[in-house]
Design a protein around this ligand. Structure first.
Ligand code: RRO
Length: 301
């Protein structure tokens, strides 16, 4: 039984994708994740210049999820191009995530990376650099404009990654579609924080972090369900996926593919194959031919 899917012109061998931010800055880790069974891998978000990120602690384990405030650590555009050349030589399906503070920077990153990736994911939703990316991703006309400009610059499909906890996810998702996006990723982490009662201060240097893991799942799932009602382009679900049942919930809500991030910390890289196996078994047991026949079914009354 085949579980391959397509996101517009992008064909994936299965619907599981490595989420940006995990194991995504070196060729060796990206290749390892793809070899472990992911249908595609997304790099850590890349900025033009190298960035060290925030000082430790950069992550808090709440037990029901994580709050990270990495602060966009990445080796910068030139180093990432060198890594991407290696990744592509191994025939890995690679999406490059990009992060910038204005449209010109986004265009520059897209023009430099477009030859080395299968798609670009625009990170318009980083909660730990709230001065820039997140604000852009909260305003529909800005989402549309940056998407359109980057689409005009790029030879590969553009995926737009949006934040949860926004008033109208529909408007943001439609803005991405109107701007020419081939897909949207719903969602990035949710803005969150943790305070140390002894020092009486926020624990994370960046003050705010992004909530991921189990606590995020119902929130992102609702975003997928809501956006599916208005979108024509495919949705990639992201947030707290630990099992094939979690993945299936997203698919039934309207996602065509799903991204996995936090769960790798506890489940290991075997999670990609495990989820694919679970979905295949479910399809077989329910006499369903392909994943497409399940997408959005939870909307039926
Ligand atoms: O690096 C980060 O702090 C970070 C980013 Br760019 C993002 O998009 N989401 C997140 O939770 N952390």
């Amino acid at each position: 039984m085949s579980i391959n899917i397509s996101l517009g012109t992008l064909a994936l061998r299965n619907p599981t994708i490595l989420a940006s931010g995990v194991l995504g800055t070196t060729a060796s880790s990206l290749i390892r994740v793809y070899k472990s069974g992911a249908g595609a891998v997304v790099s850590k978000s890349i900025s033009i210049k190298p960035n060290e990120g925030y000082k430790t602690p950069v992550i808090v384990d709440l037990g029901y999820g994580y709050i990270n405030s990495m602060g966009l650590p990445n080796p910068g555009l030139d180093e990432m191009i060198a890594e991407f050349k290696i990744v592509k030589s191994r025939k890995v399906k690679l999406f490059g995530s990009i992060f910038a503070s204005d449209i010109d920077e986004f265009k520059y990153l897209a023009s430099k990376l477009t030859d080395y990736v299968d798609a670009l994911e625009l990170n318009l939703s980083c909660p730990t650099k709230i001065d820039v990316g997140l604000e852009m991703g909260k305003i529909p006309w800005m989402v549309e404009e940056v998407t359109r400009e980057v689409c005009n610059t790029s030879k590969v499909p553009i995926i737009v990654k949006l934040p949860p906890l926004v008033t109208l996810i529909n408007d943001l998702a439609l803005a991405a579609e109107d701007g020419g996006a081939s897909a949207v990723t719903l969602t990035n982490t949710a803005k969150a924080m943790k305070i140390d009662v002894f020092s009486k201060k926020p624990i994370l240097q960046g003050v705010y972090g992004g909530l991921s893991g189990k606590a995020l799942k119902p929130i992102s799932l609702a975003c997928v369900f809501e956006a599916y009602k208005v979108l024509s382009i495919p949705i990639i679900g992201c947030g707290g996926i630990y099992s094939w049942e979690d993945a299936l919930e997203y698919i039934l809500a309207g996602a065509k593919a799903i991204q996995i991030g936090s769960a790798i910390a506890t489940e290991g890289l075997g999670i990609f194959k495990k989820i694919c196996f679970g979905i295949k078994k479910y399809l077989k047991e329910n006499s369903i031919n392909k994943i497409d026949d399940l997408v959005g079914i939870a909307h039926r009354r």
